[in-house]
Design a protein around this ligand. Structure first.
Ligand code: PGA
Length: 243
């Protein structure tokens, strides 16, 4: 059950996504949210901050679990997803930071870091709503195209395409970490509702393959066709191959 919501542009996509997230938090104040980093969700976070400041939405009981984190970055490294989440969202709303979780990229013991994260997400009962971006190559979280679907949180080698795409946020391409800890595809599928956001022509092929291509680990997002409750909010450019 994949519902496609067409947005005019990035702002419209962001507001529509924020509306869905805020409705979830209003209906269930102690919601477990799965959250994502990247350029796409920033506008939705901004809108939620704005509504929080206006008194429309309350995050005091919300718990969050992020999808992924670079391996080897400290939590206060400006390139880390720990930092990103505080900077773009958590520091501007009334969430208890103790209720926010991101895989511990600073723990060099990949097995321990991933097992600990899996246990935390499972103990929380998995997200009520998981927000997802999608990579140009169809990745979700840092689950890159592969010959199999991943299960729980694990350490991945980033593909050249992802390193290139993410290098825009670093001074030099060499600075992009080569590995990350990411929730697995199976864990993502345990979320009761999944909200995918996508904008721009660079995402058009991945969005098409996610919705209409074969279900294959070569496009990890295609597994979402098997999930009972997925909403894709995308702008016209990202939907240009879906018409
Ligand atoms: P982006 O990343 O929002 O920066 O395009 C999405 C993703 O890689 O999942």
């Amino acid at each position: 059950m994949l519902k496609i919501v067409s947005a005019r542009d990035y702002d419209d996509m962001s507001r529509k996504a924020a509306n869905i997230i805020s409705a979830q938090v209003i209906l269930k104040p102690d919601t477990v949210l799965g959250l994502a980093t990247g350029s796409t969700p920033i506008g939705a976070y901004r809108q939620l901050i704005d509504w929080y400041k206006k008194g429309d939405v309350d995050f005091s009981q919300v718990r969050t679990y992020n999808l992924d984190e670079y391996r080897g970055l400290s939590h206060d490294d400006p390139q880390s997803y720990h930092y990103f989440m505080r900077d773009n969202f958590f520091d501007h709303i009334n969430i208890d930071l103790n209720n926010t979780h991101v895989p511990d990229g600073a723990n060099p013991d990949a097995e321990a870091a991933c097992a600990e994260y899996d246990k935390m997400v499972a103990d929380a009962g998995y997200p009520d709503l998981q927000l997802l971006g999608i990579g140009n190559n169809g990745h979700i979280g840092f689950n890159e195209p592969d010959d199999h679907f991943s299960k729980g949180t694990h350490c991945v080698d980033l593909t050249e395409s992802t390193i290139k795409a993410n290098s825009r946020l670093f001074e030099r391409e060499e600075d992009v970490p080569r590995q990350a800890y990411t929730m697995g595809v199976q864990t993502i599928m345990y979320a009761r509702m999944i909200l995918v956001v996508a904008n721009g022509a660079a995402k058009a092929q991945a969005v098409h393959d996610m919705c209409f291509g074969p279900v294959t680990p070569q496009c990890p997002a295609s597994i979402l066709q098997l999930h009972p409750n997925v909403v894709l909010v995308a702008d016209k450019e990202a939907l240009s191959l879906c018409e």
